[in-house]
Design a protein around this ligand. Structure first.
Ligand SMILES: Nc1ncnc2c1ncn2[C@@H]1O[C@H](COP(=O)(O)OP(=O)(O)OP(=O)(O)O)[C@@H](O)[C@H]1O
Ligand SMILES: [Mg+2]
Length: 298
């Protein structure tokens, strides 16, 4: 299923531009340090989660891989192409991105936008449901199994969009927007999708339903999905592979069992793994708070 030829980073260096007004104590402009320096890696296809603490480079790696940021030097290949050099549309068809922070300027309703995205992408508004006899993952919260004639009705059901179809996107709650964005990314039909913390505002049961569906979508359509998330237990439960980031930009790649070991988690987060365990909805604030507390009590 997985192959290692999905993304190739060849000796890349990437630095964010200097921030105007960011001065040192002598009043000189602070020149930022590279986020990646002579970094090379081959990364595989599949349903891959990116895990690691704030600032470790998850978003930057995904933006480089998807051609939304250009490296200062070195080369990047995504499915054999240089994503940064492509036209906007070819780039979108190769890799869509759910950004960590997205803002919208539209008065269109969810239902109008779903139709637009569906017809603009690969499927031209026509694709079969991946699981026509949809079986809910969580019987407690989900309606009985339903059947779906096409992908659009399936994603409306899976991401629970029925009640917001006639609402404007800009009038939705954060969790509702996240569910709509997941639906867009599926309906557009790119070869790959990079999802930057797409679930954090959703209810836990919806996170589970979404992850189970995304994994099935990957396996049935051959699309590759890279998804960053802070829910370690869910990453363990649903991903094919995990890319665990350490603070020094080293990374481990492997199955959840191989990578999400206590030792590796401690190395990645700098706090005892027992503090990370069984905390499905551990927020970054909690994590940071725990790390700070530990620092102070040492
Ligand atoms: N637009 C930017 N300008 C300057 N520096 C940035 C910018 N975005 C990120 N950085 C820096 O790059 C480093 C990597 O950040 P990145 O956003 O990739 O981390 P992350 O793993 O996605 O973190 P998080 O879990 O908080 O989303 C951090 O040190 C961050 O401060
Ligand atoms: Mg990020």
């Amino acid at each position: 299923m997985a192959n290692t030829n999905f993304i190739e980073f060849n000796d890349i260096t990437f630095t964010y531009p200097p921030v105007e007004g960011d001065l040192d104590e002598k009043g000189n402009q602070i020149v930022p340090k590279p986020i990646f320096e002579h970094f090379s890696a081959s990364l595989p296809t599949g349903f891959v989660s990116l895990v690691g603490q704030n600032g470790c480079g998850k978003s930057t790696l995904m933006l480089l891989a998807s051609g939304r940021l250009q490296p200062d030097s070195g080369s990047i290949s995504l499915l054999g192409q240089n994503p940064f050099a492509l036209s906007q549309e070819s780039k979108n068809l190769l890799a869509s991105v759910i950004y960590q922070n997205m803002e919208f300027e539209t008065e269109d309703t969810v239902s109008e936008l779903l139709a637009q995205v569906y017809s603009a992408g690969t499927y031209k508004g026509e694709a079969a449901a991946i699981n026509p006899e949809y079986k809910p993952v969580d019987n407690e919260h989900k309606m009985p199994s339903s059947s779906h004639s096409n992908l659009l009705s399936e994603v409306i059901d899976v991401f629970e969009l029925e009640t917001v179809l006639n609402h404007q996107l800009t009038h939705l709650s954060k969790g509702e927007i996240q569910r709509v964005l997941l639906a867009f990314s599926i309906l557009y039909g790119s070869s790959s999708i990079f999802m930057d913390e797409p679930l954090f505002a959703m209810e836990n049961y919806q996170k589970e339903i979404a992850l189970a569906y995304l994994r099935e979508f990957v396996h049935k359509t051959g699309t590759t999905i890279y998804i960053s998330m802070h829910e370690i237990d869910l990453s363990k439960k649903y991903s094919d592979l995990v890319l665990l980031f350490y603070p020094n930009r080293d990374m481990s790649l492997g199955t959840p069992e191989e990578v999400l070991t206590n030792d590796d988690l401690e190395k990645a987060y700098g706090i005892p793994a027992v503090m990370l365990k069984n905390k499905e909805d551990l927020t970054r604030q909690q994590l940071q708070g725990e790390a700070d507390l530990l620092q102070r009590t040492r």
